[in-house]
Structure formats: C-alpha cells, structure tokens
Design a protein around this ligand. Structure first.
Ligand code: ADP
Length: 237
C-alpha cells in the first residue's frame, strides 16, 4: 500500500500539494486526474521519495519512505511522462536489464525478468531491437517493461500515453488493468479519462494541489465539473 498522510509541498514558497491524504492498495487500479498544474506529477514524485514532503509523510507498505528510500524505490516502480528521458541503453534488452543489474542479481535471473517483462507488454523476443527505431507506443511499453523488471509491488505512471495512438493506449491500459488484477497497485496520472469506468477501480482528481474527488469512477465522474478534467462525451459508467 502507498499511503499519503497530510502531505504538503511547496516550490519556492508556492504551495503545490496541500494536505494530501490518500492510499493505493495492493491490486487497486487508480486513476489520478486533474488539469495541468494541479499537482499530479509532484504527488507521484513523493510516492518513491524523489521529493520530500514539507509536512506530512508517505508510507510504502507501512514504512515511511524517508526511513528507507531504497525499499521504497524497489517497491514503487515509476514510469515518467516522456519515455525517452528514462532510457539508459541503446537496445530494448539492455535497457530493461539495467535496473535488475543494479540490484546485483545474477545473469539468469536478469534474463528471466527481461523476458517476462517483455511478454507482459506484448513485446516478447524483441530484446535486440534499437530503442530509437521503435514507435512511440513501443517505447512506452519498453519504459513500462523496465519498471516491471524491478518486480515492484506498485507501479506509478505519469501520463504514459503521450505519442500513443488509440489502439496502443488501449492496449497499455488493458495491460495495467491485468497487472493490477494480479496484485500490483497501479496509480496512473492522466488528464484523459477515456476508458476509466471500465478499467479503473477508483478515480482521484486533484485541483490546485488538493484532492478534490476520490471515489469509484461512476461517482467521481459526476463530481468533476469545474475541475478542468477532460471527460469525453463517450465516457459512460
Ligand atoms: P501536473 O502534473 O498536474 O501538471 P505538476 O505537479 O507538474 O502538475 O505541477 C504543479 C505546480 O507545481 C505547477 O504550477 C508547476 O509549475 C509547479 N512545479 C512543478 N515542479 C516544479 C519545480 N521543480 N520547481 C518549481 N515549480 C514546480
């Protein structure tokens, strides 16, 4: 479980998160919605200690992140907004292996994890391909596979659909839903709520650094008026 307890954070004295309390359970698929600038990325960066709260605390599986940063980072996998920023190697296989290598695992275990992660994102057998030759959607999948290869108990993703067409977006969403069904807690920040009702367990909406809405998709969608969150006409619960 990732738990935020009254977390506040300011940049240059400007409050960006104010008294945020929420939790993401194992196996839950939670969408984090909100207009640009509402604080989603800042919130996600607190979930594995990339930022430290000014007040309040974040706990991962009961342990304060500040007490054990290494445990938090191995439990919470992060996928950032622009997958290109996250790649460290030229080929798919080398890139996904990088994290597990840093855990000091042996070669057989690293290879097993790379193979399994690529299977999970529907890219089995593509280890030797160059990342810069892949489509945007494939790069997003590689970024997700890189996080999965760390075998985190939670996966936190920040707008991972930039540059993906609708079928690729849908396919990644379905993968995330199936991972959460298998027990991974998934927190996905997006301003685009297509498919939420069908796939997510819960929607949290941020507004001006605060949690404005937190509930099942059907209830949450009814409360989004005025929060500048895009809800396509086709979205029904
Ligand atoms: P979102 O992900 O919802 O678009 P962010 O968390 O990125 O929101 O940003 C929330 C606010 O915090 C914005 O006003 C943004 O300009 C500001 N902000 C984010 N990161 C920094 C930073 N490193 N330094 C100063 N201000 C920042």
């Amino acid at each position: 479980m990732i738990e935020f307890r009254s977390v506040s954070h300011a940049f240059d004295d400007v409050p960006v998160l104010e008294d945020v309390s929420l939790s993401i359970d194992a196996g839950e698929f939670v969408l984090l919605a909100g207009a640009n600038g509402s604080g989603k990325t800042t919130l996600l960066r607190h979930s594995n200690g990339l930022l430290e709260p000014d007040s309040g605390e974040v706990l991962v599986d009961g342990t304060p992140v500040a007490e054990d940063l290494i445990a938090a980072r191995s439990s919470v996998g992060m996928v950032f907004q622009h997958p290109r920023d996250q790649f460290v190697a030229a080929t798919v296989g080398e890139d996904i292996a990088f994290g597990p290598e840093n855990l000091g695992l042996d070669r057989a275990e690293i290879d097993r994890r790379v193979t399994a992660a690529l299977e999970t994102v529907n890219m089995a057998g593509r280890e030797d391909e160059r990342i810069d030759a892949l489509s945007g959607g494939e790069q997003s999948r590689v970024a997700i596979a890189g996080a999965l290869a760390m075998e985190p108990t939670h996966l936190v993703l920040d707008e991972p659909f930039t540059g993906l067409d609708a079928p690729a977006r849908r396919s990644v969403l379905e993968r995330l839903a199936s991972l959460s069904a298998d027990g991974t807690g998934v927190l996905l920040a997006t301003h685009d709520l297509r498919d939420v009702c069908e796939l997510a367990d819960r929607v949290i909406a941020m507004h001006d650094g605060r949690v404005a809405v937190d509930g099942p998709p059907a209830d949450a969608l009814a409360e989004l008026d005025g929060l500048e969150v895009r809800v396509p006409d086709t979205t029904r619960c």
